[in-house]
Design a protein around this ligand. Structure first.
Ligand code: SAM
Length: 351
C-alpha cells in the first residue's frame, strides 16, 4: 500500500474527492493547501486507477516525511532522510524503463512561514545534495529532468515524493492551438463531471473558445452529439484544429451564443466558461451578454437538463439566475482559484 499525493486547483478538492470515490472507491485521507494547489493524500495499492481522476493536475508517490522545527537543523535532517535512498530508486524503477532517468530535479512547494528560519532554496539544495550522494550516477538538471522529486511542506512536515505525471498529462497531451483565455483541462473536467455525463448526451458549449470543455467531454465517455461555437472566428478555427478528425459526431461553428441556431429543448447537458473581466473587450457589456446567454440556455436545454457555468462574475450571475424562472440553482462550487483569479461554478437544472 502506498500513499499518493494528488494536486488540484484550490477550491476543487471536494469535487475531486467525489470523483475519486466514484471512479476508484477510495477516499482521500486529508487535504492541505500548499501554495497554489490543494494536495490530497490517498492510500492505494496501485497508482494506475488514480490517473483516471480527471480533476487532478499532478500525482506523486510519497517516499517519506520529515518533521520540521523551523531551525536550520531541519536541513541536516532532510539530508539524512531515507526517502532519498532506496525508496526513491525503487519508485523510479517502478515507473518503467526510461533511457535518461538518471537526470533529476527537485521542486520545493512551501508557503512562506515565519517559524522557518531558512529559505526554500536552502531546502532545495539540501535535497539535491542528498540525492546526489545517494545516487552517484544521477545528474542534477534544474531545467527539465525525467525524475522530479517534490517536497510539499504541509504544516510542520516536508512530504518527499516522486512525481508520476508529466505536464503532458495535465495538459492532455497539449492543445494544437492555444489562446490566452483557454481553460485548464482539469477545470474543464470539473465542469464536465458536474454535468453528469450520460451515453447519449447532446452536449453543448455555447462559448467554446479553443474547445477545451468539449474535448474534455469527448474524453469523459460516450455521448450522442457534441455541439460548440464561438462568435470569434479565430476561436472556432482553434477549436477545430484542437479536435482534428477525432471525436465524432460533433458540430463546431461560428455563432452568437445569444441567438443559438438550435431547436428548443434539444440539449441534454451544457457546460461553459463564460467570458469575464476584459475578455470581451467592454466589461459594461457583460450584464446584457450574460442575461441573453442565460435566456438561450433556458430555451435550448430540455426539461431536467443541466447547465454548468464557470465565471468570476458571481454576483451578476446570481442576480440573473434569480430572474430566470426556468433555471433552478442545484449546486455551487465557490472560490476556485484559477491561476490567481477567483471563480465559481454554478450548476443549474432546467425545470
Ligand atoms: C473564457 S472564453 C472560453 C475559453 C474556452 N473555455 C477555452 O478553453 O478556450 C469565453 C469565450 O466566449 C466567447 N464569446 C464572447 N461573446 C460571445 C458570444 N456573444 N457568442 C459566442 N461566443 C462568445 C469569446 O470569444 C471566448 O472565446
Amino acid at each position: 500500500m502506498n500513499t499518493y499525493l494528488l494536486t488540484v486547483f484550490p477550491g476543487l478538492a471536494g469535487l475531486a474527492g467525489e470523483e475519486l470515490l466514484a471512479r476508484t472507491g477510495l477516499k482521500s485521507t486529508g487535504v492541505k493547501r500548499v501554495r497554489d494547489r490543494e494536495v490530497m493524500q490517498v492510500r492505494s495499492e496501485a497508482s494506475r486507477p488514480l490517473l483516471d481522476v480527471r480533476l487532478v493536475e499532478d500525482m506523486f508517490v510519497l517516499l517519506g516525511k520529515v518533521s520540521l522545527t523551523g531551525q536550520t537543523a531541519d536541513l541536516k535532517a532532510l539530508g539524512a532522510s531515507p526517502a532519498f535512498r532506496g525508496g526513491l530508486a525503487k519508485a523510479v524503477a517502478e515507473r518503467g524503463p526510461q533511457a535518461s532517468k538518471s537526470r533529476f530535479r527537485v521542486v520545493v512547494q512551501a508557503d512562506d512561514a515565519r517559524w522557518r528560519l531558512y529559505r526554500r532554496v536552502d531546502t532545495q539544495a539540501a535535497a539535491e545534495a542528498a540525492i546526489a550522494r545517494a545516487h552517484p550516477g544521477w545528474r542534477l538538471d534544474r531545467e527539465e529532468a525525467p525524475v522530479e522529486i517534490w517536497l510539499h511542506q504541509v504544516g510542520r512536515e516536508a512530504l518527499v515524493s516522486l512525481r508520476l505525471t508529466t505536464n503532458a498529462h495535465r495538459q492532455r497531451g497539449g492543445r494544437e492551438q492555444e489562446r490566452t483565455a483557454a481553460l485548464r483541462p482539469t477545470i474543464a473536467a470539473a465542469l464536465v463531471y458536474l454535468s453528469v455525463p450520460a451515453d447519449d448526451d447532446v452536449f453543448l458549449d455555447p462559448m467554446c473558445g479553443t474547445g477545451t470543455v468539449l474535448l474534455e467531454r469527448a474524453r469523459a465517455g460516450r455521448y450522442g452529439l457534441l455541439l460548440g461555437g464561438d462568435n470569434d472566428a479565430a476561436a472556432v478555427k482553434a477549436a477545430l484544429a484542437n479536435f482534428g478528425p477525432r471525436h465524432q459526431p460533433r458540430r463546431i461553428e461560428r455563432w452568437d451564443a445569444r441567438h443559438l441556431p438550435l431547436e428548443d429543448a434539444s440539449v441534454d447537458a451544457l457546460a461553459t466558461n463564460l467570458p469575464w473581466g476584459r475578455q470581451i473587450g467592454r466589461p459594461e457589456d457583460l450584464p446584457a451578454l450574460y442575461r441573453d446567454v442565460l435566456a438561450e440556455v433556458a430555451r435550448v436545454l430540455r426539461p431536467g437538463g443541466r447547465a454548468v457555468l464557470l465565471s468570476s462574475e458571481w454576483e451578476l450571475l446570481k442576480r440573473l439566475i434569480k430572474a430566470q424562472s426556468r433555471l433552478k440553482q442545484e449546486r455551487t462550487i465557490s472560490n476556485i482559484d484559477v491561476l490567481g483569479r477567483r471563480a465559481d461554478i454554478v450548476v443549474l437544472t432546467r425545470s
